[in-house]
Design a protein around this ligand. Structure first.
Ligand code: SF4
Ligand code: SF4
Length: 89
């Protein structure tokens, strides 16, 4: 299934990406950096730990992985042909 969003015109998400971001709860300190950097608002902090709400609008920018000071986020590229697609490449 292909999904579009009013929030991000020109962007599509192709279903079938699976879980390509994982949080190691043992390492997470709940600093909140991932929630601030993610433009798609994929994360929330619950009981001082990061939690993924949804990857439905993830743009695969890997900013969350890059910014996490505790190395608590694992990021894998989704399989080819799935996930984020835009009109600009
Ligand atoms: S940036 Fe890393 S340590 Fe901070 S809340 Fe997110 S997952 Fe946890
Ligand atoms: S890869 Fe980018 S858009 Fe996806 S969850 Fe991380 S910061 Fe958000």
């Amino acid at each position: 299934m292909v999904k579009t969003s009013k929030k991000f015109p020109g962007v599509k998400w192709i279903e079938g990406t699976g879980e390509f971001i994982k949080i190691d709860i043992k390492k997470c300190t709940g600093c909140g950096s991932c929630t601030k950097v993610c433009l798609a608002e994929c994360f929330q902090i619950v009981d001082k730990k990061a939690e993924l709400m949804s990857l439905d609008e993830c743009m695969e920018c890997a900013s969350c992985w890059y910014i996490c000071p505790e190395d608590a986020i694992d990021f894998f590229w989704p399989p080819g042909g799935t996930g984020y697609k835009s009109n600009w490449g």
